[in-house]
Design a protein around this ligand. Structure first.
Ligand code: GLP
Length: 244
């Protein structure tokens, strides 16, 4: 586990954008799994600006969606696929054919998850995964308890996640109760993982992630077991933790 601790969220965004640009430069066929949520949005905006300026080629970058709510109809404004499209896919100009997503209204969720895992494996697994940190230690929607071997699957949102997601959509009643998430096994196998964490509100859960016991009760704590993880945090989130 490595950590980059920056002064503020703007500098965190810059670090994350640079890491993604470096990864695409090194591997133009990069398989990217990008989180939605508020934390990485500054990084994505910066990334798009820089890639446009450099006229970088993203024609071969492949994107696998990290997670998606279930039970929403196509076109619903809460779809995480839409959020990913608006914040990353469109601004970067990644071809739609390169994106593997989840269907919120899938008739057979288990089959969709098996297909996703097979497609990810066929693509060689994730090259770079960008994660945010849930207030209860979830990564993607791997809610506690989630062990390291769990595959891509359906989950029920915990009350804590419903509360935190309410902020995106204007109230808890607007947050779907079920979701699909890229599995712990698939995420932890990523050749590079960047966990982006900002703000004092994440300080306690970040400390448990980095320095607490490795436990399914804090799914993000399994990141301690991977040498390929870089945490990019601001000082407000990092607090007094020693640098690894
Ligand atoms: C959400 C999503 C995650 C996201 C995390 C943190 O519930 N399922 O993919 O990374 O929680 O979100 P935020 O960055 O808004 O704090």
């Amino acid at each position: 586990m490595n950590a980059i601790v920056s002064d503020n969220p703007t500098m965190v965004s810059r670090e994350v954008a640079d890491l993604v640009i470096g990864a695409i430069r090194k591997d133009p066929d990069l398989v990217l799994i990008p989180a939605t949520g508020n934390t990485p949005m500054g990084a994505y905006a910066r990334l798009a600006k820089q890639m446009r300026r450099d006229a970088a080629d993203v024609a071969h970058v492949r994107v696998f969606q990290l997670d998606e709510y279930l039970d929403l109809p196509p076109g619903d404004s809460r779809l995480l696929s839409g959020w990913m499209q608006r914040s990353l896919i469109d601004p970067l100009g990644i071809p739609p054919a390169n994106v593997t997503g989840f269907r919120s209204d899938a008739p057979d969720v288990t089959a969709m998850c098996r297909e996703y895992d097979a497609a990810l494996e066929a693509a060689g697994g994730a090259g770079l995964t960008i994660l945010g940190l849930g207030p209860n230690g979830h990564i993607g929607f791997n809610e506690p308890p989630s062990g390291a071997d769990l595959p891509t699957r359906e989950i029920a949102l915990t009350p804590e996640s419903i509360r935190s997601n309410a902020g995106y959509w204007g109230g808890e009643a607007r947050v779907p109760l079920r979701a699909v998430t890229c599995g712990m096994a698939q995420l932890l196998a990523s050749r590079q993982i960047v966990l982006v964490v900002t703000g004092e509100g994440k300080r306690e859960i970040l400390a448990r992630t980095v320095a607490g016991p490795v436990t399914p009760d804090v799914p993000a704590s399994f990141l301690q077991t991977s040498p390929n993880v870089t945490i990019v945090a601001d000082r407000a989130a990092w607090g007094d933790l020693p640098l690894p």
